[in-house]
Design a protein around this ligand. Structure first.
Ligand SMILES: Cc1cc2nc3c(=O)[nH]c(=O)nc-3n(C[C@H](O)[C@H](O)[C@H](O)COP(=O)(O)OP(=O)(O)OC[C@H]3O[C@@H](n4cnc5c(N)ncnc54)[C@H](O)[C@@H]3O)c2cc1C
Length: 321
């Protein structure tokens, strides 16, 4: 198996990248040796001393890849032609690895692990580890499809580089392609109400099942005078704009009352509603975690129960059939 390290000299911290990758590979098993390094940079390598770099990198060969300005398409087209099927590429942390590693793995039909902390072999299978939940949980991934692309996690420990190898140096210049962006436009979704400051919130989850049902519940929520938010699966499905996401990755609500319907009550969502004075949960499953956390738990279908609430609070006319 061939191992390569890929460093980004467009960033001003090439020495740190090298020390982080060196620390990472120091924890690898004996049979894992880095064969070669790609150092990607601008025409002049932005003032980096190439000779010194070539001496420092602990590999038998160093390939300096120059581009006038950083262009991922150009780099991908090049790397796609030089990475072999049985290789493992270790990208230093940062934007280059975050983009190039998954795209290259996709093109070469390999595996990818972003934010990789550790790599080892178990029963002949390559295993990569990464952290989740703000570092509280470690996930292990079997990397079975080759080539394998790894992008290291940010803030790895560093280790001084002590290379005794005199690397063979190759230089490659990638010419600009005609591909340029002539124009780009962002279309932000507009949320008129500042729903995170409301006193009464309706938060819906995946259990409501469709975009149509979400829209229906939003209308019913308006009739109740509730602002409207949703769990992550709802916004990831595109049933509501991302700005309506409630939870650890979205808005933290602190209303007097929150009705949470069709959501299981995962910690990441719950952290967005736990400051509510009073929580009403509606769920088909009486054992859903949210049912224990809520002040009132209603077992039933989200849309049916909320339709009934609107009827009770606003009379028959309040509900358009
Ligand atoms: C780093 C990280 C950050 C995250 N951040 C967020 C975040 O900010 N916000 C967030 O929401 N999630 C977040 N998540 C995801 C979170 O862990 C959960 O996966 C997510 O909250 C689950 O959403 P849900 O409750 O809608 O879906 P599910 O967990 O699938 O629950 C659906 C619920 O609907 C019920 N149900 C089914 N049919 C009906 C019906 N007809 N009527 C009533 N109930 C019904 C089911 O019994 C079930 O309890 C994050 C995850 C990670 C790893």
């Amino acid at each position: 198996m061939k191992y390569r390290m890929i460093l980004n000299a467009f960033k001003g911290d090439i020495q740190k990248q090298l020390e982080e990758v060196t620390y990472f590979i120091s924890g690898l098993q004996q049979d894992i040796q880095i064969d070669s390094a790609f150092i990607i940079g601008g025409d002049e390598m932005d003032g980096n001393d190439k000779e010194m770099l070539a001496e420092m990198v602990p590999t038998s060969s160093v390939i300096f890849v120059y581009m006038e300005t950083y262009c991922s398409e150009l780099l991908l087209d090049y790397l796609e032609t030089v990475i072999d099927k049985d290789e493992i590429c270790i990208f230093s942390a940062g934007y280059l690895g975050l983009e190039i590693a998954p795209r290259l793995a996709y093109r070469l039909k390999g595996s990818v692990l972003i934010d990789c902390e550790k790599l080892y072999k178990e029963d002949g299978v390559l295993i990569g580890e990464k952290k989740f939940y703000a570092g509280h949980m470690m996930g292990s991934y079997q990397l079975t499809e080759f080539p394998v692309m790894l992008c290291l996690s940010k803030g790895q420990n560093t280790m001084a580089v002590e290379s005794t190898i005199k690397a063979k140096v190759t230089e490659v210049v990638l010419e600009e392609k005609s591909l340029t962006f002539s124009n780009s436009q962002a279309f932000p979704s507009v949320i008129e109400d500042d729903f995170s400051k409301s006193d009464f919130a309706l938060v819906v989850g995946r259990g409501v099942k469709s975009q149509g049902a979400v829209s229906r519940l939003q209308e019913l929520g308006e009739k109740l005078g509730a602002s409207f938010g949703a769990s992550r699966p709802v916004v990831m499905n595109g049933w509501l704009p991302m700005e309506r996401l409630v939870g650890a990755s979205g808005a933290i609500l602190a209303p007097k009352i929150t009705i949470v319907a069709g959501a299981s009550g995962a910690p990441a969502l719950y952290s967005g509603i736990e400051k509510s004075d009073f929580i009403v949960a509606i769920n088909k499953d009486e054992k859903a975690p949210i049912m224990k956390k809520a002040d009132v738990a209603v077992v039933g279908d989200a849309t049916e129960v909320i339709t009934e609430m609107v009827r009770v609070m606003g009379g028959e006319d309040a509900v358009d059939e």
